[in-house]
Design a protein around this ligand. Structure first.
Ligand SMILES: Nc1ccn([C@@H]2O[C@H](COP(=O)(O)OP(=O)(O)OP(=O)(O)O)[C@@H](O)[C@H]2O)c(=O)n1
Ligand SMILES: C[C@](O)(CO)[C@H](O)COP(=O)(O)O
Length: 231
C-alpha cells in the first residue's frame, strides 16, 4: 500500500540547547533530518514527502533536499506555533490520498519494516501508531511525593510514525483546531472522536532527537548500523 508522509520539521529545538534548528545538527557529517528523509526516499511504498518548515529555513532545506537528491519531496507547508499546527498545515496542503503517515523529522532511526506494518494497519483500521512497551517503573508524583505506581503492563511509549486514512486525520485535525484542542500527537485528535487507534510495536532505536544526550545515542545507533552493514 502506497502512502504519503508528512514530516513536521518546523520546531525550535529548545530542549536541544543548540544554536540552530536541531534538525540541522549533523551526525557523521549529515544533518539529522536528511537521515529521516532518506528512509522515506528509499521506501518504494512512499509516494510523496511533504515537509512543514519555518519560512526562513525553507531555502536552506530545499538546498539540502536537492544536494541529497531527495526526489520524493513534493511540497512544503509553513510550520505553525505548535507541532499540531505544522502537521495540520501539511495535511491541508497535500493532495487527497489513501493513507498518510505523520512522522517527526526528529526521528531519523525509523525502519522500513515498522513503517510497512503501520501502513497495513492503517489501511485496515483507519488509524495506527508506533510505540514500544515501557521498560521502567512509572509513578505519579504530586508535590514532590510519589502518589501512585502505575501498572506498566498497560503502558506504551508512543512514537511516530502515526498512520491514518487521510480523510479521517484531516477531519480530526480540523475539528481539533476549530475546538481549540491541543494534543501532543495526532492519535489524540482521532481518539477524541472515539475512533479506535491500533498500536504497532516499533523499536527502541526509534528515538526522537530531543535533548543533547540523544546526539550520543544517535551516533551509537549509526555506528552499530555501520558495523552491521560491514559484516
Ligand atoms: N511548531 C512545531 C514544533 C515542532 N515541530 C516538529 O515536530 C517534531 C517533534 O517536535 P519536538 O521534538 O518537540 O521538536 P521541537 O518543538 O523543535 O523541540 P522543543 O520542544 O525542544 O523546542 C520535530 O521534528 C519538530 O521539528 C514542528 O514542525 N513545528
Ligand atoms: C508525537 C510524539 O513524537 C509522540 O511521542 C511526541 O508527542 C512529540 O512531542 P514533542 O514534545 O512535540 O516532541
Amino acid at each position: 500500500m502506497n502512502y504519503t508522509v508528512v514530516l513536521p520539521a518546523a520546531g525550535s529545538g529548545k530542549r536541544m540547547k543548540a544554536d540552530k534548528n536541531k534538525l540541522l545538527l549533523e551526525l557523521f557529517g549529515k544533518p539529522i533530518f536528511l537521515y529521516t528523509l532518506e528512509v522515506f526516499e528509499r521506501d518504494p511504498n512512499c509516494e510523496a514527502i511533504w515537509l512543514a518548515v519555518k519560512e526562513h529555513e525553507r531555502e536552506l532545506i530545499e538546498e539540502y533536499v536537492k544536494r541529497y537528491d531527495i526526489t520524493k519531496v513534493k511540497g512544503y507547508a509553513a510550520g505553525g506555533t505548535e507541532r499540531q499546527d505544522s502537521v495540520r498545515a501539511c495535511l491541508e496542503a497535500i493532495p487527497p490520498c489513501g493513507v498518510v503517515l505523520v512522522h517527526d523529522a526528529a526521528r531519523p532511526f525509523i525502519d522500513h519494516e515498522v513503517i510497512a506494518r503501520l501502513v497495513e494497519a492503517a489501511q485496515e483500521s483507519g488509524a495506527a501508531v508506533a510505540g514500544v512497551p515501557v521498560k521502567d517503573t512509572i509513578k505519579k508524583v504530586e508535590n514532590g511525593v510519589i502518589s501512585e505506581t502505575v501498572d506498566r503492563n498497560q503502558l506504551w511509549m508512543i512514537q511516530t510514525p502515526q498512520a491514518f486514512r487521510y480523510s479521517l486525520i484531516l477531519k480530526a485535525a480540523q475539528a481539533a483546531h476549530n475546538d481549540g484542542f491541543m494534543g501532543t500527537d495526532e492519535a489524540m485528535l482521532v481518539e477524541r472522536m472515539d475512533y479506535p487507534v491500533a498500536i504497532i510495536e516499533s523499536t527502541y532505536e526509534n528515538i526522537k532527537m530531543t535533548t543533547p544526550d540523544d546526539l550520543i545515542y544517535g551516533r551509537a545507533i549509526l555506528e552499530s548500523r555501520i558495523q552491521e552493514e560491514q559484516k
